[in-house]
Design a protein around this ligand. Sequence first.
Ligand code: SF4
Length: 420
Amino acid sequence: MSFDRIKEKLNILADAAKYDVSCASSGSVRKNKNKGLGDSSGMGICHSYTEDGRCVSLLKILLTNHCIFDCAYCVTRKSNDIKRAAFKVQEVVDITINFYRRNYIEGLFLSSGIFKNPDYTMERLVAVAKKLRLEENFNGYIHLKSIPGASDELMYQAGLYADRLSVNIEIPTVSGLKLLAPDKKQEDFIKPMTKVTNEIKRYKSEKRIIKSTPRYAPAGQSTQMIIGATGESDKDIIYTATYFYKQFNLKRVYYSGYVPVSYDERLPQIGSEVPMLRENRLYQTDWLLRFYGFTAKELLNDQHPNLDVDIDPKLSWALRNLHLFPVNINTAQKEMLVRIPGIGLKSVHKIIEARKHRNLNWEHLKSIGISLNRAKYFIICNSRYFETRDYQPHTLKNKILQHVKSKYEGVYNNQLSLFN
Ligand code: SF4
């Protein structure tokens, strides 16, 4: 196989992989000018986090963009008229080793369209990982995207060689999945996820007794949901995510704003904006659920089925629960401190440490770094002056928003930074 053909395949199959956000960021293009040092290409180098929190750069590609399925939201679907390509197993192994030796990457993220049937495809994904581990003695990071409907035996093998496994749920509701991906059934991704969850548990408990037990999918499993392709509410999305976190002990759920890639009357029109701000609010909510002790019901329910666009979910919750405030910074439990708008986890730890030595006042809180513009309406501390608190939620919201100068003001299609 000529180098040019491999390069062409890489262009096609790295580009097709960019829609998968469950392996975070993709590479950029920068040509080498004036004999400078190095260049970067768009051939799918992206970043992910390992089990111990290290950020690693990964080669992110599809094994093939041929697919027997016709999911309406996907560029790779069979009815889309695009250039197709497929790597051989050995080609992916060679490219990975080559890039690894040159220090371009620290691992591989490998996904695929479906060749003939799920098992035929999954077998090839597993073969890549197996060859890398056993023949090339490759110890870099491997993330395999599992094929929905793959057999238990192949899922088992995948976990022996990959660090992380993921099966994309894609559409958060069963009705949405039926509408946009009629070839897929929910059980096709539930079954492989269940197998992996059980094996992870089994290997962990065996390792407690037999120290030499090999590691099984040590970086766990994750999934991705496409947001805004169907009419689901934020409540539907977060409740689905919560179910999957709990049921399958997932490491991460990724929320990917739908990019209009096809003309299809079931989908948002080409040219519609990608719901980036909504995606950001969902990540903020996910964060509150995983690290701040909130429950999904508190943040989203029948009375409040969608996240606010103009304020973050923690502030939104606080405005709906003003009866729980003001919180006394010097006596409150950690569980309540983390719920105060404008105070992040790091600040909570600093407050708890600092108040062992003194009663904290506004000055202390300022030096700890909390966002007083927002927090002052929700707290009392060891200061004589405090904010009037007989505001109605909408008055308070306006007062807070007056002081928020976002560079993205009015541009709701942009990513905003995570709240503190
Ligand atoms: S099965 Fe996967 S690759 Fe194939 S059309 Fe559906 S989403 Fe795309």
